[in-house]
Design a protein around this ligand. Structure first.
Ligand SMILES: Cc1cc2nc3c(=O)[nH]c(=O)nc-3n(C[C@H](O)[C@H](O)[C@H](O)COP(=O)(O)O)c2cc1C
Length: 223
């Protein structure tokens, strides 16, 4: 089984998103899965031009010559694709959205409908599953509502939403201890996902726990 993660944070490998993805992939690797992580900020990905040449002229192939060809191969090699993004302006980052737009060569000009939900059919039949991971800077859950709605389009088998995300990259030893505990739960989620194909309710509960009170977090931010 292979897990391939795409990190949409502009902060790349130093990001909170990267830390969560890395812990998750480490858990899947502990269970024997192959893993790859791509920090999208390290790649040259132009914007989709909406020409649909990838459907009508060269099916499955985009006319733009950039790093997307390599990333598409990585994407296709995955049994489970992990999308990771910080919340930027209530949504996924432009970096991840741009990447997702450029996946359109994998679709075909064939409309599908399931219970009133319309989509384009895959160009070639694929059995991939999806994991959605996001972190945001504020406390509370409301900042995830838009990104959650966007991710619901791929019907993820697991979603991890981490608020108070600034804690994840803190250099304060006391905070790092809290974060290490949290990341060990993320690692466990990866292990369970690769072992059983799902994450237990208990681990999900641990993942959803507050890392500190809102009052303490606001003090931590110095706001
Ligand atoms: C341009 C920009 C927009 C942001 N918008 C939001 C937002 O709408 N809601 C929120 O909770 N945090 C927001 N944040 C904070 C980030 O989500 C937060 O800093 C996160 O931990 C960064 O994750 P990363 O290290 O993976 O990039 C924003 C940050 C930036 C730079």
């Amino acid at each position: 089984m292979k897990f391939v993660a795409f990190n949409g944070s502009p902060a790349g490998k130093n990001s909170a998103t990267g830390r969560i993805l890395t812990a998750f992939l480490a858990g899947t690797a502990r269970a024997g899965a192959k893993t790859e992580q791509y920090h999208l900020t390290d790649y040259h990905i132009k914007q989709c031009q909406g020409c649909f040449a990838c459907w009508f002229q060269s099916p499955g192939k985009c006319t733009i010559d950039d790093d997307m060809e390599q990333l598409l191969q990585a994407y296709l090699s995955a049994d489970i694709v992990c999308f990771g993004s910080p919340v930027y302006s209530w949504n996924m980052t432009a970096l991840l959205k741009n990447f997702v737009d450029r996946l359109i060569p994998l679709k075909s000009p064939l409309l599908t409908e399931k219970a009133g939900h319309f989509d384009m059919a895959d160009g070639k039949k694929r059995q991939q599953q999806y994991v959605a991971i996001a972190n945001c800077g504020f406390p509370g859950e409301n900042n995830f509502s838009i990104i959650q709605a966007a991710f619901s389009c791929c019907n993820p088998c697991l979603e991890i939403y981490r608020n108070c995300g600034k804690l994840l990259t803190s250099k304060q030893p006391a905070v790092q201890e809290i974060v290490a505990d949290y990341l060990s739960q993320v690692e466990q989620a990866g292990y369970e996902m690769a072992t059983n194909g799902f994450v237990s309710d208990n681990t999900k509960k641990q993942l959803a726990m507050d890392l500190m009170t809102t009052e303490d977090y606001i003090k931590f931010l110095g706001m």
